[in-house]
Write a protein that binds this ligand. Structure first.
Ligand code: NAD
Ligand code: LMR
Length: 443
């Protein structure tokens, strides 16, 4: 019989927790479980969904132990995998990041530009704290970390916890590849073999092949030049809301800038920042949409499940995007050698890029390890953009470690989303004020 595993979800109060639990329960044949724990440092928030999660687990398999706790020792004792998706400062601080940026005429976004920098300064301590609990109570556990901003968090873990069993990942490529599969007529994105390089939320696909080895990237790009990532009939697209639909359309403009690769759609914030600002409402940002949309829907449905005592008719859905977590845990546990995009230290994989940059590239994942694929040399356009962005990410981590105002001003000034050092300074001063108690005090 296959070994059974124990997992802890760190950031248990996340709106993504129920769909991740549904996804884990749907994959018990691949990754058998004996225990699912939720851990959060905000008990009230986690309680909004813990009871419903318990009902969901017990209805699927009463033998799986379920624990919801705010005690790190209870959470991290006897666990094999930690799925970490914390948001330090929660959605109201995301709202501040987005609105402060827009007030200065700059892209207001969760992970890109000043919003991502501010969020990174908040996240580092929370992620390190969870790694330390894991190492104390379950030293053989793997943390599969998708807490954002993943690029900055990954650079911080590389520098500050270099020997920890942490793998930084992102679900965005899954969303993109689902769109490509639909456009190219595949049932499943796993029918494609892909090549990709870049940083998190900042990369390019260079090859998409079918299982016979036929290159399909030119066909995809031809489509994208007309329709972006939308199918010919937009109504058939799998976009959850209007803002994702707009992002899918904008890929048209991104591909025009280099019609030999296909971009991660987050590049819109760096390459078409002016358009992004023009189309943003500074009084109602993505954080407001998430709080009024996903958060209300998920918490409302969890309250209903707790009240009626069953999840039989639930409207909650399995998180398809989160399937990469099961794939990754399964690969580490059972040596599947699956090819997955991970955020790892470059170490020569991209030949003409610094060894110590955290890059997002395909890796082969096997028993307790992963091997990055060799990428070779990358073109000047992408290399230049990546060098600038990786410097921003490194300066943020420097600023956090050294408590340096100057380094953070440099980081903001260097961000492609910020027009000048003047704007960077004004932004920084507002962000410091808003982040009191979350950031180290800068000198
Ligand atoms: P959320 O605010 O709904 O939930 C996050 C939870 O983390 C909150 O309940 C909060 O109390 C908790 N938390 C904060 N600090 C903590 C700490 N130190 N220890 C334990 N728990 C802590 O956020 P969300 O919108 O569900 O997003 C969760 C995270 O997942 C974010 O970082 C988001 O950016 C990220 N995310 C990542 C991906 C990816 O693929 N990389 C995709 C989607 C979301
Ligand atoms: C979220 O909170 O949903 C983000 O991670 C992505 C988005 O939808 O803005």
């Amino acid at each position: 019989m296959k070994q059974k595993f124990s997992v802890v979800i760190a950031g248990g109060g996340s709106t993504y927790t129920p769909e991740i639990i549904l996804m884990l329960l749907d994959n018990l044949d691949k990754l058998p479980l004996r225990c699912i724990k939720l851990y959060d440092n905000d008990e009230d928030r986690q309680n909004k969904l813990a009871k419903a999660c318990e009902i969901i687990v017990k209805e699927k398999d009463p033998d799986i132990e379920f624990v919801a706790t705010t005690d790190p020792q209870t959470a991290y004792t006897d666990v094999d995998f930690c799925l970490a998706h914390i948001r330090v400062g929660q959605l109201p601080m995301r709202e501040m990041d987005e609105k402060i940026s827009l007030k200065h005429g700059v892209v207001g976004q969760e992970t890109c530009g000043p919003g991502g920098i501010a969020y990174g300064m908040r996240s580092i301590a929370g992620v390190l704290e969870n790694i330390d609990y894991m190492e104390k109570y379950s030293p053989n556990c793997w943390m599969l970390n998708y807490s954002n901003p993943a690029a900055i968090v990954a650079e911080a873990t590389r520098r500050l916890r270099p020997n920890s069993r942490v793998i930084n990942i992102c679900d965005m490529p899954i969303g993109l590849e689902n769109s490509y599969a639909q456009i190219l007529g595949f049932k499943d994105r796993k029918e494609m073999d892909i090549r990709y390089f870049g940083l998190n939320h900042f990369g390019w696909y260079t090859s998409i092949k079918d299982k016979d080895g036929n290159e399909l990237l030119p066909k995809l790009i031809e489509h994208q030049l007309k329709y972006g990532n939308c199918p010919e009939n937009e109504a058939e697209g799998n976009y959850t809301d209007d803002s994702w639909m707009e992002t899918a359309r904008k890929v048209k403009d991104l591909v025009r800038l280099d019609p030999t690769t296909t971009p991660n759609s987050y590049l819109q914030y760096y390459l078409y920042g002016d358009d992004m600002v023009a189309h943003s409402d500074p009084n109602y940002t993505r954080a407001n949409q998430v709080m009024d949309g996903r958060e209300k829907r998920v918490f409302g449905e969890c309250a209903r499940i707790a009240e009626v005592g069953t999840a039989k008719d639930t409207t909650l859905e399995i998180g398809i995007h989160a399937s990469f977590i099961v794939d990754l845990a399964t690969a580490l546990a059972f040596n599947t050698h699956e090819r997955m995009l991970l955020i790892v230290e470059n170490n020569g994989a991209i030949e003409n890029f610094p060894d110590d940059a955290m890059v997002e590239i395909p890796c082969i994942v096997g028993k307790d390890s992963y091997e990055p694929l060799s990428i070779g040399k990358i073109p000047t356009f992408q290399k230049g953009l990546m060098e600038q962005q990786v410097a921003v990410e490194k300066l943020v981590v420097d600023a956090w470690i050294e408590h340096s105002y100057l380094k953070l001003w440099q980081a903001l000034t260097l961000s492609k989303t910020v027009p000048s050092a003047n704007v960077a300074k004004a932004l920084l001063d507002d962000l410091i004020e808003a982040n009191k108690g979350y950031w180290p005090e800068l000198k």
